[in-house]
Design a protein around this ligand. Structure first.
Ligand SMILES: NC(=O)c1ccc[n+]([C@@H]2O[C@H](COP(=O)([O-])OP(=O)(O)OC[C@H]3O[C@@H](n4cnc5c(N)ncnc54)[C@H](O)[C@@H]3O)[C@@H](O)[C@H]2O)c1
Length: 435
């Protein structure tokens, strides 16, 4: 394939070399003459392991060159990959000025081109940029998206220092688009890489890189805060984190990664609180760990606010224990929401097949006696009775068998789902908490 790369920085230079090495003819474009000159001498624009040899070899093979002319590059290629910089604005947004300027240049060049052109956004951009880029290209080319050109989002996941290795060994290749031909063209570029290709909605592709990098920042901060606490206690933090990483079931795993409702129960709030207190006892600042609970409380507030935007004051709770499969009500976030709703004059009917008032004992009983003293009057073990009661149905547990009752659900004012069950999601009155 003949490919043009806009932006010859860390991402662009690596893409230029690696795509050429994979057999493509690649033209680099940059506004910086010095970078263009370097490529045209067979030299990389960056310092990165292995890139010197790759650029030198592919330059010698006649597979790479560079120019400052966007038009020359567009007319000579069928696909353009945008790798220009997206620095931060003082307000913390991404500055997309270089992206939009590139779109203008591409639009002007596409105006003079007869063949279909595929534009790929490889830079990290905010959700909505793909659409805006298409509009700019339409404006400057006078041609229509998906008739004369397409815009595909294909975020880059490489890390500086191991960029070439990362290019050839990504965990996944993400392709977001609205044109099957263009998406296939992009998939073709990566067909030899040992990674699954995920074709997704454009905005999902645009968001994933932010989520990845924010999580990486979170991981580093988590390890640092744990390290600071461990050090203050004379404990080897690296041994602790080494053990932490060995739990690939609960720690380094997809577990706990479903967006939804707040955590609760007798362990997470207590033990997080315990760790924070140890840190405070040792005069340590641990801002990240200290704010987890605030975020969790906010999630409960979001659910409460969503319920109280509805007209009716009759609510059915499907699930009350802090998670399904247990009768443990201690620090259940659903108990919190129920308590707050009752305080505001709402009427509740609660269904939880695992919670039997007569069998509650010990701290579980004392907790519920303190927070929902009249639970026996609110709870039923008959799902149909519960569903008949409320105009708003709150789905808190996934294991409730709603198949037989889909007609009831359709007639309710609102179905508010905190766990994302599939069965009700097509109903017009369905609302998820964070989806
Ligand atoms: N550096 C990384 O490790 C990395 C990894 C993944 C994704 N990203 C993302 O990729 C994008 C590029 O990052 P980078 O580190 O390669 O940036 P960079 O600053 O190293 O390079 C950007 C290049 O774009 C050029 N440029 C600006 N406007 C141009 C235009 N109109 N036409 C042609 N060239 C133009 C600049 O001259 C510069 O050479 C950013 O969005 C970044 O967030 C970076």
């Amino acid at each position: 394939m003949r490919i043009s790369i806009f932006g010859l920085g860390y991402v662009g230079c690596v893409s230029l070399g690696c795509l050429a090495k994979n057999g493509h003819h690649v033209i680099g474009v940059d506004v910086n003459q010095q970078k263009v000159d370097l490529i045209n001498q067979g030299l990389p624009t960056i310092v990165e392991y292995e890139i010197d040899e790759i650029i030198a070899a592919e330059f010698k093979n006649g597979k790479i060159k560079a120019t400052t002319s966007a038009k020359e590059a567009i007319l000579d290629t069928s696909i353009s990959i945008i790798c220009v910089g997206t620095p931060s604005t003082p307000q913390g947004h991404l500055n997309l000025a270089y992206i939009y300027k590139t779109a203008e240049q591409i639009g002007i060049a596409i105006k003079e081109k007869d063949e279909f052109h595929t534009v790929v956004i490889r830079s990290t951009v905010m959700p909505g940029t793909n659409e805006k880029l298409g509009e700019i290209i339409e404006q400057y080319s006078g041609k229509k998206r998906n008739m004369a050109f397409s815009v595909v989002s294909n975020p880059e996941f490489l890390r500086e220092g191991t960029a070439v290795k990362d290019y050839y060994n990504p965990s996944i290749t993400v392709i977001g688009g609205d044109n099957e031909f263009a998406m296939e063209q992009v998939a073709e570029l990566y067909k030899d890489l040992p990674a699954p290709i995920e074709k997704v909605d454009i905005k999902v592709a645009e968001m994933i890189k932010y989520v990845n990098n924010s999580f990486h920042a979170l991981k580093i901060t988590f390890a640092n805060e744990v390290g600071n606490i461990a050090k203050s206690l004379g404990i080897d933090s690296h041994k602790v984190m080494e053990l932490f990483c060995k739990d690939t079931h609960l720690n380094i795993s997809p577990n706990y990664f479903k967006s939804g409702f707040a955590y609760g129960g007798s362990c997470l709030p207590k033990d997080l609180g315990g760790l924070i207190t140890i840190a405070k006892d040792n005069y340590l600042d641990i801002p990240m760990l200290s704010n987890i609970n605030d975020s969790n409380e906010y999630q409960k507030k979001l659910a409460f606010d969503l319920i109280t935007t509805k007209k009716s004051k009759k609510i059915t709770f499907l699930g009350l224990a802090f998670k399904e499969g247990t009768d443990d009500l201690r620090y259940s976030p659903f108990v919190d929401v129920a308590e707050k709703l009752l305080g505001k004059g709402y009427e509740l009917c609660i269904y939880d097949p695992n919670v039997h008032i007569s069998k509650l004992i010990g701290t579980n009983k004392s907790y519920i006696d303190e927070h929902l003293p009249h639970l026996s009057k609110l709870i039923t073990d008959d799902l149909e009775v519960a569903l008949q009661f409320g105009d708003i149905v709150l789905i808190n547990h996934r294991n409730v068998n709603l198949e037989k009752f889909i007609n009831y659900l359709g007639e309710k004012e609102a179905i508010i789902d905190l766990v994302r069950i599939k069965i009700a999601s097509n109903l017009a009155n369905y609302q998820g908490l964070c989806w």
